[in-house]
Design a protein around this ligand. Structure first.
Ligand SMILES: [Zn+2]
Length: 365
């Protein structure tokens, strides 16, 4: 009688990828036959099934004297036969192996730490350089929707996007003035979210997101134009893409460690990292410099940057994020004043007229 061939995947720790092996159970051995090389005979009485495997339906085998090598069997019938035959499948390793096991787990924690804190950030920077604009846009679309859901207290309804016709027209005018002389890596996607948070942030792929709370506290349109320009600075420098890849990478590695922990928690973590993004001091300073130069070029008074920054400082206290996000670097004020000096007052017009400003402030109503 010929048996149909059954295969398993052998992970031996020496290779990064599993090897396909043909399997036959012929007591007292389970024979593993690789495509190349000699077959291995695993004694049935030495077979162990490590606890807590990710896929409960698969049978994962190891050998009593080899804690590293794993054989994954997906064939149900063979798995059943092995479960019925192997006498010590669920025997735990004897106590003398404890030190060795602790050694193994310390080593694996150390290597995961290395991945999270060293490799992922380095890789994120490299990856960001290779990510095509369409990929960044897709990443931005996804995270924007996740953020809308994560910001809702009930967790059911995404936070609404504000888009009254007059308000949207005013925002589009401001965007056009700011970007007129810029070379952007991709067109901007500008959104106002109906949420009281006093904040703004950028997402991968050209997203600039303003909160209604920010429109509420701003006292003139140039203050919003200044925040807008600062966020465009992050877009141009592709800061959000690097941040997203870094966070997603770290969260992905954590997911591997702790199993598939609730998707919601991961999304919240990522959303929070992007909204509260505090980039490096250098990235923030560059975004401020970019903003003051862009405002000046657009004929908008760069003093709005100083005013909104002062407003953030006054609000201070329970709003420490702004202090991180909009850097309090001593250079900023003198830079703004210099930018102002080089432009005569005749060159400067408000970023929006009074009616447009009113429309923008009430875009969520
Ligand atoms: Zn910033």
């Amino acid at each position: 009688m010929t048996e149909t061939l059954v295969f398993g995947d052998l992970l031996d720790g020496a290779r990064a990828f599993p090897r396909r092996v043909a399997l036959s159970l012929d007591a007292p051995h389970l024979r593993l036959t690789p495509a190349e090389g000699d077959p291995l005979d695993w004694p049935v009485r030495a077979l162990r099934s490590p606890p807590d495997q990710a896929h409960p339906t698969d049978l994962v085998l190891s050998l009593a004297d080899d804690p590293v090598t794993r054989l994954v069997i997906r064939d149900r019938e063979l798995a059943e036969r092995i479960r019925a035959t192997a006498p010590a499948l669920h025997k735990r390793p004897p106590l003398q192996n404890t030190t060795r096991l602790i050694g193994w787990s310390v080593a694996s924690v150390a290597s995961v730490a290395l991945i999270i804190f060293v490799l992922v950030p380095v890789m994120a920077n490299q990856l960001a350089a290779f990510l095509p604009p369409s990929g960044e846009k897709a990443l931005g679309d996804t995270t924007f929707e996740q953020i809308r859901s994560a910001l809702d207290d009930s967790g059911f309804d995404p936070v609404p996007i504000c888009e009254s016709p007059d308000g949207s027209a005013a925002l589009a005018k401001m965007e056009a003035r700011l970007t007129e002389n810029l070379e952007l890596p991709y067109p901007l996607t500008v959104r106002v979210l109906d949420h009281e948070m006093i904040n703004a942030f950028a997402l991968p792929g050209g997203y600039v997101v303003l909160f209604d709370g920010l429109l509420d506290v701003a006292e003139d349109p140039d203050e919003i134009a200044a925040v807008f320009a600062h966020e465009i600075g992050h877009v141009v420098a592709r800061d959000p893409s690097r941040m997203a890849l870094r966070s997603a990478g770290s969260i992905g590695v954590l997911g591997l460690l702790f199993g598939d922990f609730a998707g919601g928690a991961v999304v919240l973590l990522l959303a929070e990292r992007l909204i509260q993004a505090s980039y490096s001091q250098e990235a923030e300073m560059n975004a401020d410099i970019f903003a003051s130069e862009t405002l000046a070029q657009a004929g908008i008074s760069p003093l709005g940057l100083a005013r909104i920054f002062e407003r953030f400082q006054e609000l201070g206290g329970d709003q420490p994020t702004f202090m991180d996000h909009f850097m309090a670097h001593p250079d900023l004020m003198s830079r703004i004043e210099r930018a102002q000096d080089t432009h005569t007052h005749a060159d400067v017009t408000p970023s929006l007229n009074a009616a447009e400003w009113q429309a923008l402030k009430t875009i969520c109503d």
